[in-house]
Design a protein around this ligand. Structure first.
Ligand code: NBG
Length: 802
C-alpha cells in the first residue's frame, strides 16, 4: 500500500485526509497500472525479438467496460488491494464505482472486439488493436416520461489513468485534393496524391493484460488533432474563433461515436473517421511495429489485418496506395501482398446494413483510393469474365462499384484472404444469400467462426459467487480453459450442489436489487423469476414480442381469465438503447416504459408481474444483471441475428434460453440440449416461405383472440392515459407491415412461455437445467473463437517463454 500512498501523495498531490474518492481511484488505478507496465514492456520486447506475426485488429469500436477490476484480476492483486485499502479505511467497491466505463462501442460488435483482445493477450498471441479514441462515447440514456433522451458521454472528464498518449508518434493523414502523374528519378511514371487538407492522428496506448500470464498487449486508439492548430496572426487581430477554426475542424473527426448499430450511417464524417483511423494504423504498423528497413514483400509473414465488419475496409486501397505509390511496388505484386494481409468478418445479414459509399463522396474525399478501387474492380471483373464467359448479369451482380456506389463488403471479400460469419447459421446464410456469387467463385475463401465471450469478465469478475462455486467443484483451470466446465455435469445431479447453485442465484439477485436501488431508485423483487432481455433496441430483435407477452398476461389477469395467484411471479428486465434517429425503436422504448408504469402500479398484479427498465444499459450494468438472470430472451426473427453474444453470457451464468432458431442460439441449443432450452418460432426457411406466400399480419390478429386482446389493449390507450394516438405507430406497424413477423411468431412464443412457467415451478429441475447450461457452454469462450481464427485465418502462433 506504500505504492498507493505514493501515487496519492505524489501522483495526485493530496494527502489521504484531503483526498476525494476520485483522487483515490486515480491513485489506485496508477498503482495497478505500474504492476502491468513492466510486463507490457517485456511482452513487447519478446515479440520484437521473435519478430512474431501479429494480429492487427482493425475495429471502429471497442466496448471495453471498466478497466480497474479487470486489471486487478489479471495481475492477481485482488487480495492485496482489498486488504491494503481496508487498512486505510477505504472501500474498494467505492473506488470501483468511481470509474466511468469507456463506452467506445455500440453493442455486440464492439464488445466482441474487447473480448477478442482479452483472449489474445491471455493466449500470449501478439496483437495490436487499432481504433478510435472518441472524445464522447456512446450516448447516455435517460428516460423522460418514459421516452429516451440522449446525453453526451464525457467519459474523459475526470481523467483517464488507463491511457498513454504518444504525441511524438503522431501520424499525418490527408484528405481531398487530386491525383497526378509524376515521373520519378528512376524514370518510372507513378501516381501521386496531392491532398487538400490534413489532420494529425495522435496515438493513445492502452494495456490489454492477459489473465495472470505476464503478457500485456496493446490497444492503440487514435485521436484527431489539427496539424496547424492555432493561427497567432489571426488571434492577434482579434478573431479568436477563426484562430482555432482548424482545430475545431480537425478534432471533430474523433469527437463522437456514431450511435448506430447494424445500420450504416452514410455520413461524410463517418468516412473521414474510417479513413483516419486505418490510415494512422497502417502507417503505425509499418513505421513503429515493424523494424526500420523492413522488406514489405515479407509483410504477410508479419501481419494479418482483421477487418471488423466493413468500417475499416478503406484500409485495402490504402495499403495498395502505400505499396504502389509510396514504396514503388508493381501493381500485381502489391495486390498479391494485400490479398494475403487482410481478412474480413461480416457481422450482419440485414442487406440495408452493408456499407456503401457514393462514388462522388469517395472521389472527393479520397480520390486516389477511388482510382485504386476502380482498378481492383476492373481486374476482378476480368477474372470473373474469364471464368463465366458471356455471363453479363453475373458481372453486374459482382461488381464492387455499381449504381454510383462502392460496396465495401464486396471490396472486403475480393481483397480478403478469408471471409467469415460469426455463427454457423450466419456463415451459411452469408454464403448462400448475401454473397452467393462470391462463395461460388471462391468456395474456400468462406469460413465460420462462432463468436465467443471472455470468461474472465463475464463469469470470473461479474459472478464471483458462481466462480467460487465452480472452482470449489472442479478447480480454477476453467478460467483459461472453459471446456473444463463440462466437469460440472455430474454436479447437476447432486442435490446439495443444486441447493448451493440456487443460493448463488439468490445472492446475485439481492446484489442486483441493491445496485438498482442505488443506481435508479428502482425496487427489484428478488423472489421472482428474473426474465431478462438486454440488447440494442431493434425491430428485428423483437422487443415488441416480449411486450406482447407481458401485455397478454396482464390482460388475462385483468379480464379474470387468469387468476393472479396462478401466474408465476416474474420480473421482466429490459436494457436497451435506441439509435437516436430510429423512430420506431424509440416508440418501442416508450411503450415498454408505459406498460411498466401501468403494470407496476396496478394492485391486481402486484408481486406477480413487474417490469424494470433501468436506463443506460452498458457493460457495467450487464455485469450486474447477467449473473442474476433466470431466463434469457433471444427472440429475434430467424435469419436476422448474426450471432448474439449476450445469449452466451447468460447461458454461462446459468440462465435458460427462450429463443428462436437464430444466430448462435442454434449452437447453444445443440450443446445444452433441447430439454434445457425453450425453442419457438419459425425457422429461417419458413420465414422465407411465409414472405414468398404473402404475409398478412392482420390475419393473425383476426384469428387469435389473445393476440387481438393484447393489441387492442395497447391501441385502447390503456398504457397512455387514454390517448389512443401515442402508440398508434407501433400498433399500425404491427398490423399493417410487421417486417419481422412478431405476429406470426406470437402464438408459438406464448406457448413456449407457458412451458417456461411449468418448468420453473419445479425449482430443483430448473436448477439442474441451469447447471447443465453452465457446464455445456464452455464452447462459447472467446479463447476458443481466437483458436479458430488462428487455425483457420490468421496462422499467428503464440509467443511463449523460451
Ligand atoms: C452484430 C450482430 C450480433 C453479433 C455481433 C458480433 C453488428 C453490425 N452486428 O448478432 O448484430 O453478435 O455483431 O458479431 O453490430
Amino acid at each position: 500500500m506504500s505504492d498507493f500512498m505514493r501515487e496519492l501523495n505524489y501522483g495526485q498531490g493530496v494527502s489521504l485526509a484531503r483526498s476525494s474518492v476520485n483522487d483515490q481511484y486515480l491513485a489506485l488505478a496508477r498503482t495497478v497500472r505500474h504492476h502491468l507496465q513492466s510486463r507490457w514492456m517485456a511482452t513487447l520486447a519478446k515479440q520484437w525479438d521473435q519478430q512474431a506475426k501479429t494480429v492487427s485488429y482493425l475495429s471502429a469500436e471497442y466496448l471495453l467496460g471498466r478497466q480497474l477490476d479487470n486489471s486487478i484480476l489479471a495481475s492477481d492483486l485482488d487480495t492485496i488491494v482489498e486488504e491494503g485499502l481496508g487498512q486505510l479505511g477505504i472501500s474498494l467497491s467505492r473506488l470501483r464505482a468511481q470509474e466511468i466505463e469507456p463506452g467506445l462501442g455500440n453493442g455486440g460488435l464492439g464488445r466482441l472486439a474487447a473480448c477478442f483482445i482479452d483472449s489474445l493477450a491471455t493466449m500470449s498471441v501478439p496483437c495490436v488493436g487499432y481504433g478510435i479514441r472518441y472524445e464522447y462515447g456512446i450516448f447516455r440514456q435517460t428516460f423522460v416520461d418514459g421516452w429516451q433522451v440522449e446525453h453526451s458521454d464525457p467519459w474523459l472528464q475526470l481523467g483517464n489513468p488507463w491511457e498513454f498518449p504518444h504525441p511524438e508518434n503522431a501520424v499525418t493523414v490527408q484528405f481531398g485534393g487530386y491525383t497526378e502523374a509524376v515521373t520519378e528519378d528512376d524514370g518510372v511514371e507513378r501516381t501521386r496524391w496531392v491532398g487538400d487538407w490534413d489532420v494529425l492522428g495522435v496515438p493513445y496506448n492502452y494495456m490489454v493484460p492477459g489473465y495472470r500470464n505476464g503478457r500485456v498487449n496493446t490497444l492503440r486508439l487514435w485521436s484527431a488533432k489539427a496539424t496547424r492548430a492555432f493561427n497567432l496572426e489571426v488571434f492577434n487581430a482579434g478573431d479568436y474563433a477563426e484562430a482555432v477554426r482548424n482545430q475545431t475542424f480537425a478534432e471533430k473527426i474523433s469527437m463522437v461515436l456514431y450511435p448506430e448499430d447494424s445500420t450504416p450511417q452514410g455520413k461524410e464524417l463517418r468516412l473521414q473517421q474510417q479513413y483516419f483511423f486505418v490510415a494512422c494504423s497502417l502507417r503505425d504498423f509499418i513505421d513503429q511495429v515493424l523494424p526500420a528497413q523492413f522488406d514489405l514483400h515479407q509483410l504477410p509473414e508479419r501481419v494479418i489485418f482483421q477487418l471488423n465488419d466493413t468500417h475499416p475496409v478503406i484500409a485495402v486501397p490504402e495499403l495498395m496506395r502505400i505499396l504502389v505509390d509510396d514504396k514503388g511496388f508493381e501493381w500485381d505484386q502489391a495486390w498479391a501482398i494485400t490479398q494475403q494481409c487482410f481478412a474480413y468478418t461480416c457481422h450482419t445479414l440485414l442487406p440495408e446494413a452493408l456499407e456503401v459509399w457514393p462514388v462522388e463522396l469517395l472521389g472527393r474525399l479520397l480520390p486516389r483510393h477511388l482510382e485504386i478501387i476502380y482498378r481492383i474492380n476492373d481486374e476482378f471483373l476480368d477474372a470473373v469474365r474469364e471464368a463465366y464467359p458471356g455471363d453479363e448479369a453475373r458481372l453486374r451482380r459482382m461488381s464492387i462499384v455499381s449504381e454510383g456506389a462502392v460496396k465495401m463488403a464486396y471490396l472486403a471479400t475480393v481483397a480478403g484472404s478469408k471471409v467469415n460469419g460469426v455463427a454457423e447459421l450466419h456463415s451459411q446464410l452469408l454464403r448462400d444469400k448475401v454473397l452467393p456469387d462470391f462463395s461460388e467463385y471462391w468456395p474456400d475463401k468462406f469460413t465460420n467462426v462462432t463468436n465467443g465471450v471472455t470468461p474472465r469478465r463475464f463469469v470470473r469478475l461479474a459472478n464471483k459467487n458462481l466462480s467460487a462455486l465452480i472452482t470449489d467443484a472442479i478447480g480454477p483451470g476453467w478460467v483459461t480453459d472453459l471446456d473444463r466446465l463440462s466437469e460440472l455435469e455430474p454436479f447437476a445431479d447432486d442435490a446439495a450442489f443444486r441447493e448451493r447453485f440456487r443460493t448463488v442465484k439468490k445472492t446475485c439477485k439481492t446484489s442486483l436489487a441493491k445496485h438498482l436501488l442505488a443506481r435508479n431508485d428502482v425496487v427489484l423483487p428478488t423472489d421472482a423469476m428474473l426474465d431478462v432481455m438486454v440488447k440494442r433496441l431493434h425491430e428485428y430483435k423483437r422487443q415488441t414480442l416480449k411486450v406482447l407477452h407481458i401485455v397478454t398476461l396482464y390482460q388475462q389477469i385483468r379480464s379474470g381469465e387468469l387468476n393472479a395467484d396462478d401466474v408465476t411471479p416474474r420480473v421482466f428486465v429490459f436494457g436497451a438503447k435506441a439509435a437516436p434517429g430510429y423512430r420506431m425503436a424509440k416508440q418501442i422504448i416508450g411503450l415498454i416504459n408505459a406498460v411498466g408504469e401501468t403494470v407496476n402500479s396496478d394492485p391486481l398484479v402486484k408481486g406477480r408481474l413487474t417490469v424494470v427498465f433501468p436506463p443506460n444499459y452498458n457493460v457495467t450494468l450487464a455485469e450486474k444483471l447477467i449473473p442474476a438472470a433466470d431466463l434469457s430472451e433471444q427472440i429475434s426473427l430467424a435469419g436476422k441475428e448474426a450471432s448474439g453474444t449476450g445469449n452466451m453470457k447468460l447461458a454461462l451464468n446459468g440462465a435458460l434460453t427462450i429463443g428462436t432458431d437464430d444466430g448462435a442460439n442454434v449452437e447453444i441449443r445443440k450443446l445444452v440440449g433441447d430439454e434445457n432450452f425453450f425453442l419457438f418460432g419459425l425457422l429461417e426457411p419458413e420465414v422465407e416461405a411465409l414472405f414468398a406466400s404473402g404475409y398478412t399480419p392482420a390475419s393473425y390478429y383476426e384469428s387469435d383472440p389473445q393476440l387481438r386482446a393484447a393489441i387492442d389493449l395497447i391501441a385502447s390507450g390503456t398504457f397512455s392515459g387514454g390517448d389512443r394516438m401515442v402508440f398508434e405507430p407501433v400498433v399500425s406497424n404491427l398490423l399493417g407491415d410487421d417486417r419481422f413477423l412478431a405476429l406470426a411468431d406470437y402464438r408459438s412464443y406464448i406457448d413456449a412461455q407457458d412451458r417456461v412457467d411449468k418448468a420453473y415451478a419445479d425449482q430443483d429441475a430448473w436448477s439442474r437445467s441451469a447447471i447443465l447450461n453452465v457446464a455445456r457452454s464452455g464452447f462459447f469462450s472467446s479463447d476458443r473463437a481466437m483458436r479458430n481464427y488462428i487455425d483457420r485465418i490468421w496462422h499467428t502462433p503464440p509467443v511463449l517463454d523460451d
